[in-house]
Design a protein around this ligand. Structure first.
Ligand code: NAD
Length: 472
């Protein structure tokens, strides 16, 4: 038996749920079983797999109330849980629609007239998905759906901080016979995650840089591909010509939606010094209008901090900033209410890059703002980080903003908006620096990275090749 893990409720602080990780031997057996079943999943063909995923979607819809209830208990928030379910369901539709074109095998002539090329691809047998707590459903399925369509079997280990949603999701998986043999979710913490890496043929990891590094190193030793989607410290640059009404609304949303618990949250804001005061005033005004989602989940926009460890980090960053001279225009502290940890949207000025709030990932609703005098200075500040996930640039003239965006070291950049990479799936993007490694999880590559390309080179004429030995 493995040691059970007690799970905390983010709204009440009570430990009211328990998970029991599978013993290592059982996990290995489970992975072997999934790998064996993958062969028939692949043979089922794309049409059959699409049909099976559509059945899964219907099964999820039948258990949607239970799934919502579990996600609300996991995260303490309602509207974003509903949004997660909606996005998850529509992503099944989207990938089912796109897969036939993206996975098409091709046949063509080559540069040598009597050799043809059949370009095919073979799925990795078993994909392991390890995911974090901030969007439990979306981030445990974002790689799972394309991997299944590509023909892989998948084992998923969501975060031990938000495991309740697995029960209704598993019942929807078990309702679809062809799916339950090739897809499962397992409970567990870091040890189970590490054991998964050892038992799969490819790993998709979403989480912190520290854990991502461990996963990447282990995958390298095992010689399996690792797609790492890690933390960020996204900057927003607001140029002098920016529409302040638009920029403040977009940045407020991009920074504090989901209580700032998003990898692509805006965590640093650089504003042209000529508009700095007006920007701070307007952003503070708007931030003060947002309310805590307390006492009920329907109450306001700002849910509890889901992870107690994260609440301590946010608190530490705020204390460190204020100690070094930062000024909080609103919010400013992590408070305990009803047993949960909460933080109101916080606008900070008088900040600098020596402060943790400007250099480490905070993962909270904190908006530290620095003025800049030249565009070069703004770009240098934005790039002064170990992260490179995404960014935002604001300017009245979009060409001016795009010109600045070209110099920012990040994979996804929103122009005159924020955090658009969470909504737009078409564009491929890579993480820069320590924010990740491996192929894009957006765009066509999201699907094709689960296949190994195979070139079948076919001789079409029965003739001796001119480069053969002349030994007949
Ligand atoms: P985390 O790294 O602590 O945990 C992530 C997952 O890894 C969990 O399921 C955990 O159990 C597992 N794990 C822990 N140790 C492991 C090990 N040794 N081997 C394998 N798995 C192990 O991250 P977290 O606190 O759950 O999530 C927050 C982090 O995730 C933030 O840094 C955030 O920016 C990042 N994140 C990134 C993206 C993205 O797409 N880039 C999206 C969401 C969150």
């Amino acid at each position: 038996m493995t040691k059970p893990i007690d799970i905390r409720n983010p709204r009440t602080g009570k430990y009211d749920y328990v998970i029991v990780p599978p013993p290592p031997m059982l996990l290995t057996q489970l992975c072997n079983r999934l790998r064996r079943s993958q062969k028939s999943w692949q043979q089922l063909g794309l049409e059959g797999r699409i049909e099976t995923l559509k059945q899964w979607k219907q099964a999820i819809i039948s258990t949607q109330d239970k799934l919502t209830e579990a996600l609300v208990a996991d995260t303490g928030r309602l509207s974003i849980s509903e949004l997660e379910i909606g996005s998850f369901l529509s992503s099944i539709d989207r990938w089912c629609r796109l897969a036939p074109k993206l996975l098409q095998e091709t046949q063509q002539h080559t540069s040598i007239p009597f050799i043809d090329l059949q370009q095919t691809a073979v799925p990795y047998p078993l994909v392991g998905v390890i995911s974090p707590w901030n969007f439990p459903l979306l981030l445990s399925t974002i790689d799972t759906i394309p991997a299944l369509l590509a023909g892989c079997a998948v084992i998923v280990k969501p975060s031990e901080i938000t495991p309740r949603f697995m029960t209704p999701l598993l019942s929807a998986i078990n309702a679809v016979p062809q799916l339950r043999d090739v897809l499962t979710f397992v409970e567990g913490g870091g040890e189970t995650g590490a054991a998964i890496v050892e038992n799969v043929d490819l790993v998709c990891f979403t989480g912190s840089v520290a854990t991502g590094r461990k996963v990447g190193e282990k995958a390298a030793k095992l010689f399996i591909p690792a797609f790492l989607e890690l933390g960020g410290k996204d900057p927003a640059i607001v140029l002098e010509s920016a529409d302040l009404e638009l920029a403040t609304s977009a940045i407020l949303w991009g920074s504090v939606v989901n209580t700032g618990q998003s990898c692509l949250s805006i965590e640093r804001i650089y504003v042209a010094e000529t508009i700095f005061e007006e920007f701070v005033e307007l952003l503070t005004l708007k931030a003060q209008r947002l309310q805590l989602a307390y006492p009920t989940v329907e109450s306001g926009e700002i849910g509890p901090i889901i992870s107690e460890r994260q609440a301590a980090i946010i608190n530490d960053h705020l204390l460190d900033a204020v100690e070094q001279g930062a000024i909080a225009h609103c919010g400013g502290k992590v408070e305990e209410t009803g047993g949960g940890w909460w933080c109101r949207p916080t606008v900070l000025t008088e900040v600098n890059h020596a402060m943790k709030v400007m250099s480490e990932e905070t993962f909270g609703p904190i908006m530290p703002i620095m003025p800049f005098s030249t565009v070069e200075e703004a770009i240098n500040l934005a790039n002064d980080t170990i992260y490179g996930l995404s960014a935002a640039v604001f300017a009245q003239d979009e060409a001016e903003a795009i010109a600045v965006a070209q110099y920012i070291d990040a994979g996804g950049i929103s122009i005159n908006d924020a955090a658009l990479t969470a909504l737009i799936y078409e564009g491929e993007k890579n993480s820069f620096k320590f924010s990740g490694l491996g192929g894009s999880r957006m765009g066509a590559a999201a699907l094709t990275r689960f296949m190994r390309k195979k070139a079948l080179l076919v001789k079409t004429k029965s003739i001796p090749d001119p480069w053969w030995f002349d030994a007949q």
